[in-house]
Design a protein around this ligand. Structure first.
Ligand SMILES: [Zn+2]
Length: 84
């Protein structure tokens, strides 16, 4: 008869007491000369390549956002020649 007496949900803490790593992402800037710079969204440090975890602040940067910086650089060029 005790079959239906066990409906209580037990709340499980998946990470008891652990300091949760911050979740960030890499903002990758692609430059006209073919180089990339990887900026951590959490601490804004810039590296030449990305890792799963930021070497500086320890944020978990599993996502990557590409930001073609060369578009801005190109617009700078255009401004030089576009002289109307
Ligand atoms: Zn960082």
């Amino acid at each position: 008869m005790g079959l239906f007496g066990r409906k209580k949900k037990s709340e499980q803490g998946s990470q008891p007491g652990g300091a949760k790593a911050r979740q960030g992402y890499w903002l990758v800037k692609e430059h006209m000369d073919g180089t990339d710079s990887w900026q951590c969204s959490e601490c804004r440090s810039v590296f030449q390549s990305g890792a799963d975890v930021c070497p500086n602040c320890g944020a978990e940067n599993r996502r990557v956002r590409r930001d073609p910086a060369w578009v801005d650089e190109l617009e700078g060029f255009d401004a030089m020649f576009d002289d109307n």
